[in-house]
Write a protein that binds this ligand. Sequence first.
Ligand SMILES: [Fe+2]
Ligand SMILES: [Fe+2]
Length: 188
Amino acid sequence: MLDQKNIIESYRASKVSIPDKMIRWMRSNHAGETGAVWIYIGARCIFWNKSIRNMAKEHFITEKKHLIVMSYILPSSKRSKLLILWRILGFSLGFIAAFFGYRFFCITIQSVESFVEKHYQEQIDFLYKNSLSFDLLQVLEICCNEEIEHQLEAKKDKGSKLNNTYENLWSCLIGKGSSLAVNISRFI
Ligand SMILES: [Fe+2]
Ligand SMILES: [Fe+2]
C-alpha cells in the first residue's frame, strides 16, 4: 500500500516543480482523480449491494490519496476550471454503473482504469525519455500501478464470461468519453 505521507514528504523535500511541458498533463491528472473519487461516491449510493460497497470503499481510499497528491503538486491556479463538471460526471458514472449490478460496475471500472493506465504510462514514458523530474515520475508510477491493481481486481471479479455486444459498446463509450474528458481538462 502506498505510503502517501512519505511521498508528500519526499516531494516537499525535493522542491521539484512540474516541468512546463507537464502542466497540461497534470491538470488532466488532477481532474481525472477528482472524477475517480466521485465515481466511488456515486457507487456507494447503491449501499444494498455488498460487493459494490466493498470495492467502492477500498478504491475510494486509493483515489482520494491520488487526489491529495495531485492537489499537493499542482497549484490551485493551474487546475481545471471545470472541476464541478468532473465531479458530476464521475458521480453519475459511478451511480449508473453500480445501479446495473456488480458485473456491470466491474466492466465499467476495468474500462476506466485501462484508459487511466495508458494515460499515466504516456506521461511516465515522456518523463523517462526526456530525463525530467524523477520525483514526478515516481509519483506517477505509483499511481499508475495502483490503477492497474484496480483494473485487475475489476477484471477478476467480473468473471470469465465474455462481454456481450452492449457491454463492449459501453466499454468503448467509456474509453471515448474518458479521452474527450482528458482533452478538455488539459486546456480548461
Ligand atoms: Fe487514481
Ligand atoms: Fe483507480
